[in-house]
Write a protein that binds this ligand. Structure first.
Ligand code: 4NP
Length: 164
């Protein structure tokens, strides 16, 4: 049995992008048999702590066969920097915020989810869909599915190099 690999997806509110990425990752990792990989998500902000994901995120994931309804928002903590192997950020602002809060004892790698997973997007990585329409949520879903495929490829690679 491989050592666990722990991934934390981080966005701003933890009710749209990171729960969608968590759901897509969980499904694809399970389908690939990568049972040693653990996935969670968190937000840099605290507005939605304890709340379920945005209904538009839940509906979009449900259309693709993934149930997000049991997830609840939480805020990124100092402990996450040592508990997880990778803190995978949705956009460049999230990346800057996660880096700025990095404690001295941090062991986790910090990256953009799309870069880490080998997905090409514009500079904004995964744009915030919160103030957008349903089509924005579908766009996010397509990106997080692609990122999940990239994550499976990366974690299946025999010489993984820099992942824990
Ligand atoms: P998320 O989207 O970061 O993808 O979860 C947002 C959700 C809520 C807010 C901003 C972005 N908000 O300002 O409350």
């Amino acid at each position: 049995m491989s050592e666990p690999t722990r991934l934390l997806v981080v966005c701003l509110g933890n009710i749209c992008r990171s729960p969608m990425a968590e759901g897509a990752l969980r499904r694809q990792l399970a389908e690939a048999g990568l049972d040693h990989v653990e996935v969670d998500s968190a937000g840099t902000g605290d507005w939605h702590v304890g709340n379920p994901p945005d209904p538009r995120a839940v509906a979009t994931a449900a259309r693709h066969g993934v149930d997000l309804s049991g997830l609840r928002g939480r805020q990124l903590t100092t402990a996450d920097y040592t508990r997880f192997d990778w803190l995978l950020c949705a956009d460049l602002q999230n990346l800057a915020d996660v880096r700025a809060r990095r404690p001295a004892e941090a062991t986790a790698g910090i990256a953009l989810l799309t870069d880490w997973a080998g997905v090409m997007t514009g500079d904004g990585a995964i744009p915030d869909p919160y103030t957008g329409g349903d089509d924005h949520f579908e766009d996010v879903w397509q990106v997080v599915e692609a990122a999940a495929r990239g994550a499976v490829r990366r974690l299946q690679a025999p010489h993984r190099g820099d992942d824990a």
